[in-house]
Design a protein around this ligand. Structure first.
Ligand code: COA
Length: 173
């Protein structure tokens, strides 16, 4: 479990299905993905993360508001193909009811700190479709810099952002 001022990050369970489906099936939320998710893909999202916890010791974690216990989205680390390399990536998905309240930034920073404190990775990444302003703004707010733009069959063009361990040490002082 990771805690921040307002958030608690915990492992997914199958009981998160309904609220996760509300997020992943929403066309506006998924506008930068090839298409919104159906029920089957949403179930696979949870089982993929349960497998990631076993395999890597991390994955996307469910985000709850500490004050109410409400499940509002996810954030965490997964291994992603970024321009042909398998790299540790910080991802985030927030229920649109809660956009622009700083929750993605708060969760992403906590996941970044967790990864540098608990893994040997020397660089962490975030990548997104070039149109996904919310996503790359969150990467910037997480102390990352844009390192490349590259053609991506799923995204037309993807942007990759990164922060090194040395840069992180300066950010956290
Ligand atoms: C991307 C996403 C997670 C951001 O969540 P959020 O909780 O609204 O983000 P925050 O409020 O923490 O904002 C983080 C930073 O991004 C900026 N930001 C967020 N959304 C933005 C938008 N649509 N346009 C411009 N800036 C935006 C905020 O101003 C903030 O920057 P600042 O701290 O420098 O002021 C959310 O929009 C989302 O769930 N999108 C759909 C799923 C998705 O595409 N995920 C990324 C996949 S690559």
């Amino acid at each position: 479990m990771i805690e921040t001022d307002r958030l608690r990050l915990r492992k997914y369970t199958m009981e998160d299905f309904d609220v996760l489906y509300e997020i992943l099936s929403d066309p506006e939320t998924m506008q930068h993905y090839p298409m919104p998710y159906n029920e089957e893909w949403t179930k696979k999202w949870i089982t993929w993360n349960l497998d990631n916890y076993e395999k890597y010791g991390f994955g996307l974690w469910a985000i709850e508001l500490k004050e109410t216990g409400e499940f509002i989205g996810d954030c965490g680390i997964t291994i992603q193909n970024i321009d042909g390399e398998q790299l540790p990536e910080i991802g985030y998905h927030i229920n649109k009811k809660h956009w622009r309240k700083g929750y993605a930034k708060e969760a992403a920073r906590a996941c970044r700190d967790w990864a540098f404190n608990n893994t040997d990775y020397d660089t962490l990444y975030s990548y997104m479709k070039y149109t996904n302003v919310g996503s790359y703004s969150t990467a910037l707010a997480n102390g990352m810099k844009k390192i490349k733009e590259y053609p991506d069959p799923h995204n037309e063009i993807s942007y990759a952002y990164a922060i090194t361990r040395d840069e992180w040490e300066k950010v956290i002082g």
